[in-house]
Design a protein around this ligand. Structure first.
Ligand SMILES: NC(=O)c1ccc[n+]([C@@H]2O[C@H](COP(=O)([O-])OP(=O)(O)OC[C@H]3O[C@@H](n4cnc5c(N)ncnc54)[C@H](O)[C@@H]3O)[C@@H](O)[C@H]2O)c1
Length: 382
């Protein structure tokens, strides 16, 4: 079995999460491809020293060009602040390697257009990260929708909520500044997660009205002073999608100040004959709706059995964040090897670009207080 060698650029929060998943690859049952994390690049020596504990890592460097010059590296996972996505993703592709890029896949629409065009031109295998749909609950939501059991779809809600920005005394970091995180703010941070399943189901919004909020506008700078915090904290996009020639409302909710929430990803789909909903707040519970003699929401407890890629973990045990992240990496590696076998795949460059069209229209809608039509072929921001 061939081993795919992985390099990571940006070894912080998500780089470590990926390292942890690659390190227990043996947990995947009968998986057709082996992987080894062999090279890591980060500017921070403290971050790099963490990788001393990862036995497969042979190259640890502060120079990403050294990593890209390593002929043994096949695939690069880039987990860097958003203002660096375009430059680094393009250089990965130019070095002849395949790419798993973190969301939002470029700081803005123009960057996403460039990345997608380069991926196509160079014929590399490129995907964007979004892991939550790999949990059994979202997989079952997709199955319910595709089964046609819901009848005519009449409403969709999809969201991602956390409260990382709730504490006003939390010092500023790159995620709270437009120059690093992007004008799109929370939409770039959480929006790809929210749109992955809808876009995969063919629900591409054609119109929207956005509500954006900057709630905490300054924070300690970590050096005894105060820094401006100029990103959008929360966004609600009231969008319209066309399903079977009917306009259907789809609400997309992305919030970094959502009191009571830690990392809540949810989706709800209602139809004339049925409904389905899932939230990571209650990780195992899939809710399905039926209207017979009475209206009934029925709860089904899901376990590992519903994971796209089987693992050694017993079918009744509950999955969590590291598990869906590993499933997403497995989907990337399997699809790259032509072994996805009809399973759910990672976000494509086209889907990542489409999410930027939505966010871009969201900015325009809020700035002009208008309902915006979304034009997916424009090559400039509106
Ligand atoms: N998929 C998810 O659930 C998820 C969750 C959080 C963040 N993210 C995404 O992952 C990416 C990184 O976020 P994070 O939370 O890991 O950030 P982070 O700040 O924890 O890590 C980023 C790392 O990049 C390093 N770095 C910065 N500039 C560099 C450079 N020029 N060369 C090499 N290393 C450099 C930093 O030292 C840091 O260790 C972002 O795109 C973010 O949106 C995804």
């Amino acid at each position: 079995m061939k081993t795919v060698n992985i390099g990571i650029i940006g070894g912080g929060l998500m780089g470590k999460e990926a390292a942890s998943a690659f390190g227990r690859w043996f947990a995947l049952n009968d998986f057709p491809v082996k992987v080894a994390l062999t090279a890591v690049c980060d500017l921070n020596p403290e971050v790099l020293s963490w990788y001393d504990g990862v036995p497969s890592v042979k190259l640890v460097t502060t120079d990403y060009k050294e990593l890209l010059a390593d002929a043994d590296v096949d695939v690069v996972y880039v987990a860097l602040p958003h203002h660096l996505h375009q430059k680094y993703y393009l250089e990965v592709l130019e070095s002849g390697k395949d790419l798993l890029g973190e969301k939002p896949f470029g700081i803005d629409l123009l960057a996403a257009l460039e990345i997608k065009a380069a991926a196509e031109q160079m014929g590399r295998f490129v995907r964007c990260s979004s892991e939550m749909p790999f949990l059994p609950g979202p997989q079952r939501v997709i199955e319910e929708v595709r089964s046609g059991r819901l009848g005519q779809i009449i409403e969709i809600k999809s969201g991602f909520l956390h409260s990382s920005d709730l504490d006003p005394d939390k010092p500023i970091n790159w995620k709270r500044q437009n120059q690093f995180c992007g004008e799109i703010g929370v939409m770039g941070d959480l929006g790809m997660h929210v749109l992955h399943v809808p876009l995969r189901l063919g629900w591409k919004p054609h119109r929207l009205h956005a509500q954006l909020q900057k709630i905490i506008t300054e924070r300690p700078d970590g050096k005894g002073g105060i820094a401006i915090c100029d990103t959008w904290n929360n966004a609600v996009l009231n969008t319209t999608v066309q399903i079977d020639q009917e306009d259907v409302p789809m609400t997309l909710e992305m919030k970094r100040i959502a009191p009571g929430e830690t990392n809540t990803w949810y989706i709800e789909v209602l139809g004339t004959q049925g409904g389905v909903k899932y939230s990571t707040k209650d990780t195992k519970a899939l809710w399905t709706f039926k209207c017979e003699k009475e209206q009934v929401w029925q709860r089904t407890d899901l376990g590992f059995k519903g994971m796209p890629f089987p693992t050694i973990t017993g079918g009744i045990f509950e999955p969590g964040f590291p598990d869906c992240f590993m499933q997403m990496l497995a989907a990337y590696v399997a699809e790259r090897a032509g072994a996805l076998a009809g399973r759910f795949g990672c976000v494509t460059p086209q889907e990542a670009l489409d999410s930027h069209y939505v966010f871009n229209a969201g900015l325009k809608s809020f700035a002009s207080q208008t309902v915006e039509n979304i034009h997916y072929h424009q090559t400039q921001p509106v």
